[in-house]
Design a protein around this ligand. Sequence first.
Ligand SMILES: Cc1ncc(COP(=O)(O)O)c(C=O)c1O
Length: 379
Amino acid sequence: MKPATKYIHAGADPDPSTGAIMTPIFQTSTYVQEAPGKNKGFEYARSQNPTRKALEEALAIIENGKFGLAFSSGVAATDAVVKLLEPGDEVIAASDMYGGTYRLFTKIFEKFGIKFIYIDTTNTSNIKKAVSKKTKLIWLETPTNPLMNITDIAGAATIAKEAGAWLCVDNTFATPYLQNPLDLGADIVMHSSTKYLGGHSDVIQGALVMNDAALREKLYFIQKSCGAVPGPMDCFLMLRGIKTLHVRMRQHCENGKIIAEWLRMHDKVAKVYWPGFPDHPGYPTAKKQMRDFGGMISFELKNDSREETMRVLSSTKLFALAESLGGVESLINHPASMTHASIPKEERIKNGLKDSLIRLSVGIEDAEDLINDLEKAIG
Ligand SMILES: Cc1ncc(COP(=O)(O)O)c(C=O)c1O
């Protein structure tokens, strides 16, 4: 099946009891059993729920994987992957990535004896150099949040295989519409489904997709043992969101290109971070592994004073000042004080994330209206 057909039909079988075309919301915590252990495959809703099952099948299909697992947030999905590890194990991670992932690694898992090595993954030879006998996981985000850095997934997968480590790729920014890390050799794909998969800023959820059955069993064991499962209503909303992923992404990409190019020509804008520019350092890799460049853009103003940055952030009307991204409506964000505030300032600046950086999640409104809004705000 082609992507558009997959997104609409993945996991969507008519309900056998009624013929309902949409997956019912099985709002139940438990299931009646005929005799102890004699049941219809559902025992207790932390372990199994039919609405979640339909979503997990859909997640696997859209990411070209064999197995999907849904979690109560993107961070919960990341948490489950790190729980595959033992004290003493090492993780190689990107120095530029979502602040909440960095916080989870440094503030929660380091104290359990897991070592995280942060490097610039855009040069895969840095990954190779950082690998040791203790490396068990390589964690990539591409494009990164918020600097839009690109890492070669296939190159990283080769290194991970040689090292006997798992490669997990956070595919939140690209979505399966633009990039399929499993096809490029990754072992696990992670999503903050909260973003483009849900697409309507109304659900917090996470996902993992993988091909290896043994790895699926380990992650399913963590999912049911630690309990960070999404509720059935949220699974229903996610299934509904996925149905329109391709149409939304097409428009996000189209608007993203228009706005990135417009910003670049603006005389008050110093720098625009968007991987679709042929002079972006990650462009050749992005061209190779992505089908288009998405609607996430970051930029800096020439007047990079705090006052001017704050003024622009508070002046847009259509671009709502808010955390998160990937919804149909456009958002504007200040990573240094919002989404990436959990990264210490020195660390942020060292990795290129300045206090003056502004991040846009370009929605699917009319591009001309979005430009008018930015024009008025930037002045
Ligand atoms: C790239 C990326 N990964 C992971 C997450 C965490 O996801 P959630 O907020 O659904 O827990 C986010 C959230 O902003 C993100 O942008």
